[in-house]
Design a protein around this ligand. Sequence first.
Ligand code: UD1
Length: 338
Amino acid sequence: MKILVTGGLGFIGSHTVVELQAQGYDVIVLDNLSNATLEVLDGIEKISGKRPRFEKIDLRDRTAVQAFFNTHTDIEGVIHFAASKAVGESVENPLLYYENNLSTLIYLLQELQKKPEASFIFSSSCTVYGQAKEMPIMESAPIQSAFSPYGNTKQIGEEIISDVARVSGINAIVLRYFNPIGAHESNLIGELPIGVPQNLVPFITQTAMGLRQQLSVFGDDYDTVDGTCVRDYIHVVDLAQAHVVALKRLLDKKHLEKVEVFNIGTGKGSSVLEVIRAFEKVTAKKLPYQIVGRREGDITAAYANTDKANDVLGWKATKTLEEALLNAWNWENKLRTP
Ligand code: UD1
C-alpha cells in the first residue's frame, strides 16, 4: 500500500517512515530539505533495510504537487508533517507561516479530494488548547485563541480539514502532539535543531555536551509542583507509532467520524526541574542551569488525557521520560562525534 509522507526527513517524519516500513507500507517521502538533510535517508535505510523513495518537492509549488499526484495515482494515504514550527519566527514573519503551513495543506487536499477516497493524517499540536482550565486535557477541551501565528496555523489547519472532509471522500485523523523528545534507539536518526535550540531537551543535551554554557530555566514561580512549567514529554518513537495506528484505522475503515481527533501524549506531566533531574540521573552528568524570568507565551501546564487515544485509537505510549532523555543524549553524542 503506497503512503505519502510529507516532511518525511524531519524529526517526527523520519521516525514515522521507519515505523511505516516496519509494518510493510510502501513509503514515498517528500521534503523540501529546508530543515532536514539527505543523510536522514541513509539513517532510515540502515534501520529499515529499505530506502524509501524520495522526491525533493516544495509543497508551496502547486504545479509540482499536481504533477506529483498525476504521476503517483495509487497513493492511498498521506501523513502530512511538512510545516514550519518555530513559534518565535512565526511571530516575526507571520505570512511565511501562513504560506508554509496553510497553502501546502490546501494544495495537498485539492489533489486528494479528486480521489473517490483518501486517508489523511494531520500533525496538530496541544498548542490549540492554550492554557486549558482542566488537567489532564481532554480532546473536548475548548480551543483557545492562538498565542502565535504558528499555533494559529494548526487551528486553521484543523478547520480546513473538517470543512473539506465533509464534502469529499477524504477521511482524516488529527493528532494533537504534546512535547515530542528523544531519538531512535539505534542512534541513526534524531532531532537536528538548526542554530540555538528553542526547545528544552535539545538545549539540555547541547548544554551537557558543553556547546552551551548553561540552561536557563524560564520561571520558577508558576503554580506547579516546584514552580517550573509542566509538560507532557513523549518519546518520538511512541509518537511515530501513533501515526501508523491512525493510518491503519482509516485504511481499515474503523473510523467513526470523517475527522477524528486524538491527543498523543503520555498522560504524565513533568516539570522542567524534574526533566533536569531525570537527565542527570540517566546520564550521570551534572547539568549547569540557572533560574531566569518567564518566557513570554509559555503556559503553566499542559498534559494529556490519553483515554481516547488508548481506548478508541488503541495506542498507548510505552517509553519513559528517562528512556527518551537517554536516547536524546546518545544522539547528541553521535552528532558531535566526527
Ligand atoms: C513549544 C511551543 C509549542 C510547540 C512546541 C513544538 C512555545 C511557547 N511553545 O512548546 O507551540 O508546539 O514547542 O515542539 O514556544 N524551557 C526552559 N528553558 C529552555 C527551553 C524551554 O526552561 O531553554 C521550558 C519552557 O519554559 C517550557 C518547557 O521547558 O516550560 C518546554 O519548552 P519547549 O521545549 O520550548 O516546549 P513548549 O514551550 O511546551
